[in-house]
Design a protein around this ligand. Structure first.
Ligand code: NAD
Length: 267
């Protein structure tokens, strides 16, 4: 089996990366950064997002696992003390795989016909540095509302505990193929009206955001933000692709939610 390690780059993460590389190589696994079967992220959730985007072109043949060197992460859920146990588990391959849904985002340009396609593990957010964002929001080809406000967040189920949660969105179990649309400070008065509640869309229910006022938009896909002008539409839906996690032990999603947000003593 071929593996690669993406490290946060700090001393602790680099040290763990070195230990894991050495032991896994001793077990006759091959370090291969180009075509890994398993990608190990060492750092935090940000490092895991980086690892995901580095290998997003080979999701069908790469599984991911995260070791955290800071506080408990949602994706980085192995602690440094467990690394030796993890190495032995990895060396014993084959491993079990658990799949989570992803968000597909297609940004189409007004002129020139170009489009950019992204996959997000957590979410896409659309904001502007230039007043309010104003969009027509279509769901499944039908006009739903005209949104005016600070922005919108469209998240995956596993991203529902990240930015989405801070916006008052619900936490969705990643076994559900869905995306969630949450508002950022929508303007609601006699002139402008939005639903005001997070919307959860199932697979095949595409959400299309069509700018009404010509603005430049700050579009973030997970941890990476790009400034877009000339935007005709932003299309969001559950992606056909999924992320594959290598599972070596049970750590149910609701336990991770509890340990991260409610209590960390397992009571
Ligand atoms: P960062 O360094 O600002 O860290 C953001 C925090 O979000 C970290 O504590 C991280 O552990 C946590 N996080 C990331 N993914 C998570 C998930 N799926 N569930 C629960 N917590 C999660 O930024 P970063 O490390 O580059 O991560 C980028 C992510 O930060 C974005 O995808 C977004 O979800 C999140 N973010 C959150 C807010 C907010 O909550 N107000 C604002 C901006 C970005």
């Amino acid at each position: 089996m071929k593996f690669a390690i993406v490290s946060k780059g700090d001393a602790r993460s680099e040290q763990i990366k070195g230990t894991m590389t050495q032991y896994l190589t001793d077990f006759e696994l091959e370090y291969n950064a180009n075509e890994p079967d398993l990608v190990i992220s060492v750092g935090g959730d940000g490092t895991f997002l980086e690892a995901f985007h580095t290998y997003v072109h080979r999701l069908g043949s790469t599984a991911f696992i995260g070791v955290h060197t800071g506080h408990l992460g949602f994706y980085a859920d192995w602690v440094p003390d467990e690394v030796e146990k993890l190495i032995i588990e990895i060396a014993k391959t084959p491993f079990q795989v658990v799949e989570y849904p992803l968000l597909e985002v297609i940004i189409r340009a007004k002129s020139g016909g170009s489009e950019d396609r992204f996959l997000a593990l957590n979410e896409a957010t659309i904001k502007t540095a230039d007043g309010s964002v104003v969009f027509d929001v279509e769901i499944k080809g039908e006009h739903f509302e005209t949104f005016r406000g600070d922005g919108l967040c469209v998240s995956t189920p596993s991203g529902s505990t990240a930015y989405n949660k801070a916006l008052g969105g619900g936490i969705i179990h990643p076994s559900l193929d869905a995306i969630q649309l949450t508002e950022m400070a929508s303007i609601n008065n006699r002139v402008f009206r939005t639903i005001g509640s997070p919307l959860i869309l199932p697979k095949h229910h595409t959400c299309l955001l069509k700018p009404i006022v010509d603005r430049s938009f700050l579009i973030a896909i997970d941890h990476f933000t790009t400034n877009y002008t000339n935007v005709k539409s932003i299309q969001c839906r559950v992606a056909e692709e999924r992320i594959r996690f290598a599972r070596f032990r049970q750590f149910p999603f609701w336990n991770r939610v509890r340990d991260s947000f409610v209590a960390d003593d397992n009571h």
